[in-house]
Design a protein around this ligand. Structure first.
Ligand code: PAF
Length: 302
């Protein structure tokens, strides 16, 4: 079983010791409630590193006042069982007070790719993500950290922060893992009623349609309308359904070489997001890059 470490000083010492012994350490930050998507990040880390650390911490600063912080699933023992077969060496599971000491007032404020979409709808969310990820990188000073392309905007924000602050860690972005019907794996899928779970497939379906229309040369506005219609037909309350530049997230108004389609919507009280990188116009889907995700900054791997 992985060793569960609660104390940040001990966690840092273990990582420093492993790296001093010449071991390459991979780090997978999570909020727990682990599923096959997390397992794929861990597998990728294990394939490229000697030791893997996984953090499990439900970060209060990335939840808005009306969001699901209180009900977010906390399943540490079950998570440890999920991680065991992957050879994870450490689980870092700090208390909130160890990450945010009483009276703390320091935050990282992010701009650029953090501003539109999730940034507009969830004020402060990415400041909370950047702050906790930076704190985690200081406590788990690994060689590389692994994030899922499902949270496309988050990967852009983390990569920008790493570049801007000169943090000495490689960011690796791994493909989204999907259920058999296409629904992107997410800890929040567990909130869905049976009926909403069936309807939720419309998010990935709308992205699949977007790719087909993109390849066929349809205009971005027409593609966005189709995505929206598909989601609404399945009873999803659409937050956004857009095409954007994959790096800046600027809206796409016309032809472009690269694009990403991003959707967010609500089923009951559950809010889900998903995205798909669109391959070049006139190309077949099979020509698409096998490894979706924002292009790495110079000197960073995917
Ligand atoms: O993607 C997540 O699970 C969280 O946003 C992260 C990166 C672990 C920060 O709390």
């Amino acid at each position: 079983m992985p060793e569960i470490v609660h104390d940040p000083d001990r966690m840092r010492a273990l990582i420093v010791e492993a790296r001093a012994a010449g071991r390459r350490v991979g780090f997978v930050p999570t909020m727990g409630a682990l599923h096959a998507g997390h397992a794929s990040l861990v597998a990728r880390a294990a394939a490229g590193c000697d030791d893997v650390a996984v953090s499990i911490f439900v970060n209060p600063t990335q939840f808005g006042p009306q969001e699901d912080f209180a009900r977010y699933p906390r399943t540490l023992s079950a998570d440890a069982v999920v991680l065991e077969p992957h050879g994870v060496r450490w689980i870092y599971a700090p208390e909130v007070a160890a990450v945010y000491p009483p009276g703390d007032t320091t935050r990282i404020v992010v701009g650029g790719p953090a501003v539109p979409l999730e940034g507009e709808r969830r004020p402060g969310h990415f400041d909370g993500v950047a702050t906790v990820v930076c704190k985690l990188f200081l406590t788990v000073p690994a060689d590389a950290a692994y994030f899922g392309a499902k949270d496309w905007q988050q990967t852009l924000v983390v990569r920008r922060m790493v570049r801007d602050l000169g943090l000495p860690i490689e960011i690796v972005v791994c493909p989204t893992v999907r259920e058999a019907d296409g629904l992107a794996m997410s800890s929040r899928n567990a909130y869905l009623s049976a009926g909403d779970r069936l309807r939720a497939v419309a998010l990935s379906e709308s992205l699949r349609q977007a790719e087909q229309l993109w390849i066929a040369g349809a205009a971005p506005t027409a593609i966005e309308q189709t995505m929206r219609d598909t989601m609404e037909r399945h009873g999803i309350v659409v937050d956004y359904a857009v095409l954007a530049d994959p790096e800046s997230l600027d809206p796409l108004t016309d032809h472009a070489i690269r694009a990403v389609a991003l959707v967010a919507g609500r089923l009951g009280s559950t809010r889900l997001i998903d995205n798909r990188e669109l391959c070049g116009r006139g190309a077949s889907a099979a020509d698409n890059t096998p490894e979706p995700g924002p292009a790495p900054e110079q000197g960073q791997a995917r």
